[in-house]
Design a protein around this ligand. Sequence first.
Ligand code: ZN
Length: 168
Amino acid sequence: MSLTLKELLDNTRKFPSNREKKSEEIKIYGLEFLRKWSKEKRHHNLLIEALVSSSNRDSNYHTCLAVDGIRLMKERWDRYRIPVEGGQVFSRPFSASKDRILCSCDCRDYTFRFAALNEKHGALYGPEPEHYEQKTNRPPANSLNLPGICKHLVLLADILRDQGVLVD
Ligand SMILES: [Zn+2]
């Protein structure tokens, strides 16, 4: 099973706190495009790594989006125009509604609310989260039982759209 960015964004809007509004308070610092070979699937993923500030700018989060299966070209032409690894190869823009993605962020919202469900839906990038055992009577962290993304990933998606890396 796997998800598109659009599916994750649509789910995210169903949660109480407005992550799109909150993403306006934060800022992206570093943005890197890398290629990552998937041994299991035998194709390249386009890996997008970003450093995103917290709301009070006290700390940064590592936010990461991987497009599952992308063709890389040696030269920049037509659709293949995203410089990967400093321009050694080029990738086409990816689609929010068609391409399958994997994502991660080391903030609390992502780690506790979304990581386990994203893993279940094949949309978690990186290692499986440790099993979280509820120790209090508070409502479950993910009451809707849906995969989704944090405000850092919402902002990253916005920036990628502005840059023409993400389409539709
Ligand atoms: Zn986050």
